[in-house]
Write a protein that binds this ligand. Structure first.
Ligand code: WTA
Length: 646
């Protein structure tokens, strides 16, 4: 079933690419046999202020978990993305910005970006931001988000970008968790022609964050905003007053560069912490090799900077490589379903990186909107965020890429900092739906439930046996949780939370999360988070949330809700609960299906049997398995009878 179509490396690719099949084998072997030597050499791709003499000091436990790369080297991430390019490519476009409105765009050169970043970094200093301070960024996809990120990096102030689609509550939680005293936002965002009230959301969030001293507001739409004198300052005013001269802070390789909150199977989102040296080496190197980036290429990653993909593959990786990176403010279907391809033609995009959910949504619109654009500039396509089903892969390949562009299906995570399992376009034969083979220095292993490493073709839990430079270092403020989450299920190994199959050719096929995390349109959502939002509603007694297969989103959110005694289910209440979850977490967490559950299937010790709930949500209730351990097996009949996914 899996291996029906194989796509060999086109001959011209093997010739022009940085890496062909033989070179991949040779470099991969060396990266595993001699990691110190391999990374000592590749670390040099950055400009170091003080070169490193130590390369790697990592332990996955069980006793002590620590990860250090290039630890005695010093550098600055923003200088690596900007200053070092000025001499050779100061006048080259660094960022092509394409607005939500097709009539709006901007090109920003490396020199202009450098100057703006220096000014804004000085502006941040003038309101009190110092090295080590956490700065929260809640901005739409406008050039100022790049400026804000790089200005923080310049000052050595770790940024925490919060996706603009998150609610005030989610924003507040993230601000409080990392004790951030500064927030950068904008009056409004615009997506699909509609305004998003970011400043108003921020104002609501800050009612819960008394320690936030300053809020910088970028003017995007000119929409009306409330103003807190003494706290709020306009970005434009700060930048206009500031000097364009701002020497970068000398940071240690292991100083924090940023934190980024992500959902796990339990508790609140965790602040994934990345440091400077290893992350930058890994982001830049993967960007070059995976996308086979060459000077002059126009590169477009459609992610939002609010997610890790935007951090590593809109900003840090491409800018460290001196690339031209396209930033898109809008959505794939506005003004119409041809937008992506119109943008490709308009800016002559060569490398295009998006998510399967977008591909599936566009596939539904048929070939017309794709064929309306020439797409002649495209050379390489990429996919990230969730497993890509072979149908969507083939459509992407045949229709979008006219059968001529290889597809790199890149598996990685917020925690991994950069791409881990991926084809290299000049080296790897492709199989639709497979992430294929590990990147340099990456040592995947599949283990069974007991932690035994499986050999050959096998199906198991995806772990990593050793560290790579882009690996997260800890969870902000909670190293114990870091160890517990990633290194305790299979002691001595990093556990990704994903299930995976390896075929006879050693190719990896990610099968999806094996924990209580669901992947909705390529966004990670902890079922526990949605449950706690639901039970926070005063009419809800209990809730259980699971994922189910969804044609466009990959997985949809299915919520079983038990109301408190005396409350009656109604369509109005269902709509209210949906709205409630949107307000509590954000639109991406809105349940797709809600089922009223008079009771939930529980063991005699009171544990909810999610396995059963998943099967019912998947409409697979014929295969419920053993339900004899349930305290009250009768509840299952009612749930099956009233299931919502048919
Ligand atoms: C899933 C996004 C299959 C996976 C970069 C992982 C994928 C989670 C792929 C991380 C892929 C990401 N094929 N599954 N190519 N890429 N995933 O942290 O379940 O937002 O654990 O990072 O997305 O999501 P995150």
């Amino acid at each position: 079933m899996f291996d029906v179509h194989n796509f060999p490396v086109p001959a011209e690719w093997a010739k022009r690419a940085w890496v062909d099949a033989a070179k991949y084998q040779e470099m991969y072997r060396r990266s595993i046999d001699d990691p110190e030597g391999f990374w000592a050499e590749h670390g040099k791709r950055l400009d170091w202020i003080k070169p490193y003499s130590k390369v790697k000091d990592c332990s996955f436990g069980p006793d002590d978990v620590h990860i250090r790369w290039f630890e005695d080297g010093t550098l600055n991430a923003s200088a690596n993305c900007l200053d070092r390019h000025l001499e050779k490519r100061g006048d080259q476009t660094a960022i092509i910005w394409e607005g939500d409105n097709p009539k709006e765009d901007r090109k920003i050169t490396y020199r202009e970006l450098h100057e703006e970043v220096c000014r804004f970094a000085n502006g941040l200093k003038s309101i009190g931001v110092k090295r080590g301070d956490r700065v929260t960024i809640y901005l739409p996809m406008i050039p100022e988000i790049a400026v804000a990120v790089l200005a923080c990096a310049r000052l050595g102030a770790p940024h925490s970008v919060v996706f603009g689609g998150f609610s005030p509550d989610s924003l507040a939680g993230r601000i409080v968790d990392c004790d951030s005293h500064y927030l950068i936002t904008s009056d409004e965002g615009v997506r699909g022609g509609r305004p998003i009230p970011l400043k108003a959301n921020a104002d609501t969030a800050l009612e819960r964050c008394p320690d936030v001293k300053k809020v910088v507001v970028v003017k995007r739409t000119g929409g009306k905003v409330d103003w807190v004198d003494g706290r709020d300052v306009w970005y434009e005013d700060l930048v206009a007053k500031a000097s364009p001269d701002c020497p970068p802070e000398e940071m240690n390789a292991e100083d924090p560069l940023f934190l980024l909150y992500t959902s796990g199977s339990t508790g609140k989102p965790k602040g994934v912490l990345h440091t400077t040296g290893g992350y930058m080496v890994f982001a830049a190197m993967t960007h070059q090799y995976v996308f086979d980036y060459h000077d002059g290429d126009i590169y477009w990653c459609t992610a939002d900077v609010g997610w890790v993909t935007g951090h590593s593959y809109i900003l840090y990786g491409p800018l460290a490589n001196g690339a031209t990176t396209l930033m898109f403010e809008g959505v794939p279907n506005y003004p119409d379903a041809s937008r992506f391809w119109q943008v490709v033609d308009k800016h002559k995009v060569n490398i295009f990186y998006t998510a399967p959910t977008a591909i599936r949504a566009l596939m539904r619109e048929g070939e017309g909107p794709v064929k309306a654009a020439s797409r002649a500039s495209l050379r390489l396509l990429g996919s990230v965020g969730e497993p890509i089903n072979p149908e969507a892969w083939l459509w992407y390949h045949e229709v979008v890429g006219d059968g001529r562009c290889p597809i790199v299906d890149t598996w990685w995570q917020t925690e991994t900092g950069g791409i881990m399992i991926t084809p290299l376009p000049g080296a790897t034969k492709l199989k639709p739906g497979s992430g294929t083979l590990p990147f340099f220095g990456v040592q995947p292993a599949l283990v069974d439930g007991d932690g035994k490493i499986l050999d050959g073709a096998a199906d198991g839990n995806l772990c990593m046996l050793d560290s790579w430079p882009g690996q997260m270092r800890t969870i902000f403020g909670d190293h114990e949780r870091f160890v517990q989450t990633y290194f305790s299920t299979f002691p001595g190994k990093y556990f990704s939370g994903d299930g995976c199959r390896r075929d006879e050719d050693g190719y990896y096929w990610i099968t999806g999360r094996v924990d209580d995390v669901i992947n909705v349109s390529g966004h990670r959502m902890g079922t526990a988070e949605v449950e706690s939002a639901l039970v926070a509603h005063d009419k809800v007694a209990e809730a259980a949330v699971v994922g189910y297969p969804h044609d466009i989103k990959g997985q949809g959110i299915y919520a079983y809700v038990t109301l408190i005694a005396g409350e009656e289910p109604s369509d109005a209440l269902m709509a209210e609960l949906r709205k409630w979850v949107r307000k509590e977490i954000g639109p991406i967490a809105t349940p797709d299906l809600i089922q009223w559950a008079p009771g939930l299937p529980k063991t005699r010790s009171g544990k909810i049997m999610r396995r059963i709930l998943r099967k019912i949500a998947e409409n697979q209730h014929g295969a419920l398995g053993d339900i004899s351990t349930l305290a009250d097996p009768a509840v299952v009949d009612d749930l099956v009878e009233n299931r919502q996914n048919r």
